[in-house]
Ligand binder design. Structure first.
Ligand code: 9MR
Ligand code: 9MR
Ligand code: CA
Length: 602
């Protein structure tokens, strides 16, 4: 069993022990009996806090306020006493909230927060490296998404399963037919990661996912090199994060048509599979239509991978050169075909079988051009890539998402900094200023919010996959820290990790396997079909989505306030699916914070 799982199992045990102790042993004296009860109304990071970090809990609902206590998990010892703030109405629901600030308490250990009249919180820890297991588990989450391979017990524990989707006989869909590869041609396109709760593989979404994971490695190489994940490649001299990413990179390479450099948009079943295990999902699979977004995201990833894996040329001979060649020909295809959008409905009118799986259709392609140009330029130092696009088309600094990848290019240019040519160095001061300005805008007004997280300042943050909004905001803040060394940006990033692990208006920790109240029922086919009570660990739920009830018609939402529209029910693909492009920024945020605290930045 990998460490992270043992840890998760032990953690579950600790919670169980705490429940039974607190039920059986009422404290003597004057304290209200409610103190003995677990309360979901005390919202905090259920994993824990770094000793020097800001430590906040939000107490929701009516109560008379006053003092709060940090106690030992058996409730016997009081280690810190603080004062709750006056109540304030939540910005969306109007619910009364008070904040408990125990930042001044720094002693390592396991604790609960106790609020008289309300109860006690889930247990949490204060210590160095408090998010190490979560960061490692989130990378291991990708291992659990591996396509075309058995997951043996030795690596997968109780979530062991047979191989699914060999993808050795994939058909060319009529939308993707070419002279050399007419419709029905059989291709081999194995490996990769399942995108999400479904079993399809999408180049666009793999693009931002890989870009984010490789960026995490490039920004914090020593830290990620130190993370052992217990995957089959562990111990081979290559950091596990890069070994895991290679599983998907090798699949991506097969998605390029060697005859013209074009890249298929996705490899998919015509329709979503039922809720079955991977090996039971045996419907035919197709590669579907080449597209500009796919070619550019592919080019960006391959250019970046060429840079990153060159260090490991001994372990992976030829890989860096293959990646760069693939990147260049995809880029050339995109330059010749700059506006081939993926429009699934239009395509379905023209070609059969109809394809109804995830579309990842993107209308705006200038950001994909920017990202690909930036990566190709950063890797080759050839000015022609840089000058082929308008790097600063407008003042916008859009938060990264699968459809919007401009900032991935900026992050790379800034990271490579001094090693760039004069052409690329020229705009760096402007790009840096914008990145810091963006981070300042994210921090603006946070302390006046009821949950005091960067995430959720406006309803717009609560989109499908909002957990990735929180994580990507965290990345933007860490980028600003790297530019300025100003700790306020780290504090902002921590506030969003706290959000993801419990300090939010739903009271859930959105990372499976972590916290006293984690997501238990994600829309994730293996977790639904495997007959095992616990979901596959280390997967990030998409989380709160202001429009979820209208998008998946699930009937178990208990609230429709924008910051509370979440249901831990596997019917809810609009609020409770998991996806690789949500896990990746979690890996960056949790891993990046771990790396920075290890260096004493916190
Ligand atoms: O399982 C599918 C999930 O991965 C997608 O994100 C979601 C939206 O495209 O669709 C899910 O599939 C559902 C389909 O759209 C409608 N019929 C029920 C399917 C399973 O719940
Ligand atoms: O993350 C995607 C989200 O931005 C879209 O609004 C949604 C509906 O198109 O699709 C999400 O992506 C899903 C993809 O289409 C299929 N695999 C599961 C993805 C996560 O739900
Ligand atoms: Ca775009």
């Amino acid at each position: 069993m990998p460490n992270s799982m043992i840890k998760t199992a032990l953690y579950g045990l600790a919670v169980a022990v705490l429940f039974s102790c607190s039920g059986l042993k009422p404290e003597s004296g004057t304290r209200a009996p409610q103190q003995q009860q677990l309360s979901g109304n005390i919202r905090l990071n259920q994993v824990g806090f770094y000793p020097n970090a800001t430590k906040l809990a939000v107490v929701v609902g009516d109560n008379s306020g006053g003092k709060f206590f940090v106690k030992s998990t058996d409730l016997q010892k009081t280690l810190y006493t603080g004062q709750l703030t006056e109540p304030k109405a939540n910005e969306f629901s109007g619910r009364p909230t008070r904040v408990a600030d125990f930042s001044a308490f720094t002693a390592a250990g396991s604790y609960v927060l106790v609020v008289p009249e309300v109860g006690h919180s889930y247990p949490f820890e204060i210590k160095q490296n408090v998010h190490r297991e979560a960061a490692a588990a989130a990378i291991k989450g990708f291992y659990f998404q591996r396509v075309s391979v058995e997951l043996p017990e030795r690596y997968a524990g109780q979530w062991a399963r047979p191989a699914g989707h060999p993808d050795k006989n994939v058909l060319v869909h009529p939308s993707a037919a070419s002279a050399q590869r007419p419709a029905g041609t059989v291709l081999s396109s194995p490996r990769g990661w399942y995108d999400a709760g479904d079993y399809n593989k999408y180049i666009v979404n793999s693009g931002i996912t890989m870009g984010t994971l490789l960026a995490a490695y490039e920004d914090f190489p020593e830290y990620f090199a130190s993370l052992e994940l217990n995957i089959p490649e562990s111990g081979n001299g290559v950091p596990d994060l890069l070994d895991e990413s290679l599983w998907n990179l090798r699949w991506m390479l097969t998605m390029q048509d060697p005859h013209d450099g074009g890249v298929y948009h996705k490899l998919t079943n015509p329709a979503f599979d039922g809720m079955v295990m991977p090996d039971a999902a045996t419907n035919p699979r197709y590669v579907v239509q080449k597209g500009t977004a796919a070619a550019l995201d592919f080019a960006a990833v391959m250019a970046q991978a060429s840079r990153v894996y060159r260090t490991y040329s001994r372990e992976y001979p030829g890989l860096a050169d293959s990646c760069l060649a693939a990147a260049t020909s995809a880029w050339q295809w995109a330059r010749k075909n700059p506006a081939v959008r993926y429009e699934q409905d239009t395509m379905n009118k023209q070609f059969k079988p109809e394809v109804t799986t995830g579309a990842y259709g993107d209308r705006e392609l200038s950001d994909e051009f920017i990202w690909a140009a930036a990566e190709l330029y950063a890797t080759t130092k050839q000015d022609s890539f840089y000058t082929a696009v308008n790097m600063l088309p407008d003042q916008n600094m859009p938060l990264p998402s699968w459809a919007q990848v401009r900032l991935l290019g900026y992050y790379t240019l800034v990271r490579l900094g001094d090693s760039l040519t004069p052409v690329g160095r020229k705009a760096l001061p402007e790009i840096k200023a914008r990145m810091v300005g963006m981070a300042d805008a994210l921090l603006d007004g946070v302390d006046a919010r009821t949950y005091r997280t960067v995430m959720g300042k406006t309803e717009k943050d609560y989109v499908w996959g909002s957990s990735a909004v929180a994580a990507n905001q965290g990345i933007a803040l860490l980028q600003a820290y790297r530019l300025t060394n100003d700790k306020k940006y780290i504090r902002g990033a921590v506030s969003n990790l706290d959000y993801l692990l419990g300090r939010n208006a739903t009271g859930y920790s959105f990372l499976t396997g972590f916290g006293g109240k984690p997501t238990l029922h994600p829309h994730h086919r293996p977790s639904i079909a495997d007959g095992i009570a616990d979901p596959v660990p280390g997967l990030l739920s998409g989380g709160t989505n202001a429009r979820a009830d209208k998008q998946d018609n699930c009937t178990t939402y208990s609230s429709t306030f924008p910051d509370e529209m979440y249901t831990d029910d596997d019917c809810s693909y609009a609020s409770n699916e998991i996806a690789i492009n949500w896990n990746a920024p979690f890996v960056y945020l949790a891993g990046g914070l771990e790396a920075l605290q290890a260096k004493g930045a916190l």
